[in-house]
Design a binder for this molecule. Structure first.
Ligand SMILES: *Cc1c(COP(=O)(O)O)cnc(C)c1O
Length: 390
């Protein structure tokens, strides 16, 4: 089928919620994608940090192939091994409590919001409030959306959930002032991915931890994008001055398949009880086996060291491009602000030259390559960018 035909079918049959680039991908391997016309691309977006092990990693493919012919789904009315092992792997590598598995990032946050609210009610708070940061993105379902200040202003979807407020992401005093007796939790992404790779300053992380401690509130880190090795440690908080009580993750967790998780500390692992929450698909054998295979690849000291090193190389290269005014991020989660000019146009020119990344807002380019790339791929991406930007 020709690209034009596919576009015509899409415009008739698919709800028009996405503005897509004019390309149809048909195959992927490692950091490479191929379109329907046989053209090859270097993928520095990795499905928005989902394909962190690269496209069609042999270990994930093998695990899924084996599992799909053995058992794919039984519902959560019964036990299967993979989901339990995945929960153990998640908890042992992070907060040490328990995990609830789900199918996406926004669902992971919905679970966290319910846990947080119940925890607050148990402390006698009738109208618990969650304090989020401006510039946050927590997802598209009504709870996560209500925690996303930049989107919860769209009147078309009102009313939003009550019980959310936000403060600037770089104002520790405002955060301290916002947290009080009715605060259930402070909720933040260590690095705000969807609004332009904005690193939340360490002072804010410390303020969030202190304010939570003083008020009895919980601290929730949304590591949906920053987790699973993206910033050069398995979880981004490992490089921060504080650890959360609850963490959500998704995106790269499934090795390309849809998996999310809400992970707790030991102190909060008993809050949700039978009947409090659930999901038909969640934690099934197929996605769990893919996720465990992805863990094997990513939870590796050498790979994580490489992520930090390659991140440095990418940032240095970007800084040497005169059209780029500012480079920010950590590990292989990198944003480049253009000195002038149009990020959207730059991204579509890069796409034409065979490099995939994505524009955010008017002037930021975001890079989220697979974590399995090498120096050659970084240099190749930089070469295309120089061609496109200079
Ligand atoms: C992508 C993302 C989400 C939402 O995840 P979905 O799987 O699209 O629901 C939430 N929070 C952060 C930080 C994200 O990057």
């Amino acid at each position: 089928m020709k690209l034009a035909e596919l576009q015509e079918l899409e415009s008739r049959w698919v709800m028009r919620t996405y503005a897509r680039a004019p390309v149809e991908f048909v195959r992927g391997e490692g950091a490479r994608l191929w379109d329907s016309e046989g053209k090859q691309y270097l993928d520095f977006l990795a499905g928005i940090s989902v394909c962190s092990v690269g496209h069609c990693h042999p270990a994930v493919v093998e695990a899924v192939r084996e599992q799909v012919g053995t058992l794919t789904h039984t519902s959560n009315l019964y036990l299967t091994q993979g989901g339990v092992q995945l929960a153990q792997r998640l908890s042992e590598s992070s907060l040490g409590g328990r995990a609830f598995l789900c199918n996406s990032g926004t669902e992971a946050n919905e679970c966290a919001i319910k846990l947080i609210r119940k925890h607050a009610h148990e402390r006698g708070i009738d109208e618990p409030e969650i304090v989020a940061l401006e510039g946050a993105f927590h997802g598209r379902t009504m709870g996560s959306l209500s925690a996303t200040p930049g989107l919860a202003t769209n009147a078309n979807f009102s009313p939003y959930l009550p019980g959310f407020r936000s403060v600037p992401r770089d104002d520790p005093d405002a955060l301290h002032a916002a947290v009080g007796g009715s605060t259930a939790a402070v909720m933040l992404e260590p690095i705000q991915g969807e609004t332009g790779v904005n690193v939340v300053p360490d002072e804010m992380i410390v303020a969030a931890r202190e304010a939570s401690e003083v008020s009895g509130a919980l601290l929730l880190f949304d590591e949906i994008q920053t987790g699973m090795g993206r910033t050069g440690s398995l979880w981004a908080y490992e490089q921060l001055p504080a650890r959360p009580d609850v963490m959500t993750t998704a995106k790269a967790l499934g090795g390309g398949l849809p998996v999310g998780a809400c992970v707790t500390s030991e102190a909060t692992m008993g809050v949700l009880e039978p009947g409090d929450h659930g999901s038909t698909f969640a934690g099934g054998p197929l996605v769990a086996t893919a996720s465990l295979a992805a863990f094997e690849v990513i939870d590796d000291a050498e790979l994580l060291r490489n992520v930090r090193g390659l991140g440095g190389r990418l940032c240095e290269g970007l800084e040497s491009i005169s059209a780029i005014a500012e480079v920010r991020g950590r590990g292989l989660m990198v944003g480049a602000r253009l000195a002038g000019g149009d990020a959207k146009e730059a991204a579509s020119r890069a796409l034409a030259e065979g490099l995939i990344m994505n524009p955010i807002g008017a002037d930021v380019l975001r890079f989220l390559p697979p974590l399995v790339i090498g120096e050659n791929e970084v240099d190749e991406a930089l070469e295309i960018l120089r061609l496109v930007l200079d």
